[in-house]
Design a protein around this ligand. Structure first.
Ligand code: K1U
Ligand code: ZN
Length: 170
């Protein structure tokens, strides 16, 4: 097992549409294991492969943040096939440091994908599970939660991060 580096905004890989996983081989199994370890260590409740520099359609979600081993969900090539309702919830992102903001998303989703054995699976989620699934699938499409904020809030964050980066450069 290995801890992976989590890329930070504005890394360009975070803005790419990730590629479909064509074969669920040993590399994908290892990546899923390492992503789960990295998410638990962060700690976080989700992680998408582009966040660790791999532009492939793979996500892990664990609402227990590592407290309950049977809560880990690994989805390959996930897609939202049904969504309904609206919910507002505060989100953070392991790739977007020092920001938590309230985002409006769908309250319930059904996500179709494959498990690590290649079986087609459907996962229904509401509230936090629905939000986490939408947040992670957004990552696969090069979207970040800041894209759901107002232009003003987003540009304030971008300006703040540019200042931090300039200060770090000296
Ligand atoms: O994808 C990510 O960057 C992970 C992110 C997922 C997420 C958080 C909140 C709402 C939707 C999706 C995180 O896990 S940020 C950390 C976090 O929220 C958390 C960490 C430990 C315990 C509980 C929550
Ligand atoms: Zn995120």
């Amino acid at each position: 097992m290995a801890l992976l580096e989590i890329l930070q905004f504005p890394h360009p890989v975070l803005r790419q549409r990730a590629d479909e996983v064509r074969e669920i081989d040993a590399t994908i199994h290892r990546l899923a294991r390492d992503m789960a370890e990295t998410m638990h260590r962060a700690p976080g409740i989700g992680l998408a492969a582009p966040q660790v520099g791999v532009s492939s359609r793979l996500i892990v979600v664990d609402l227990s943040a590592g407290e309950e081993p049977d809560q880990l969900l690994v989805l390959v090539n996930p897609e939202i096939v049904c969504k309904e309702g609206k919910i507002r919830m505060e989100e953070g992102c392991l790739s977007v440091p020092d920001l938590r903001e309230t985002v409006t998303r769908c309250e319930r989703v059904v996500v179709r994908g494959q498990d690590l054995q290649g079986n087609m699976v459907e996962v229904e989620g509401d509230e936090l599970m629905a939000v986490a699934l939408q947040h992670e699938i957004d990552h696969l499409d090069g979207m970040l939660f800041i894209d759901h904020l107002s232009q003003l809030k987003r540009s304030r964050y971008v300006a703040r991060q540019k200042k931090v980066a300039a200060e770090q450069r000296g």
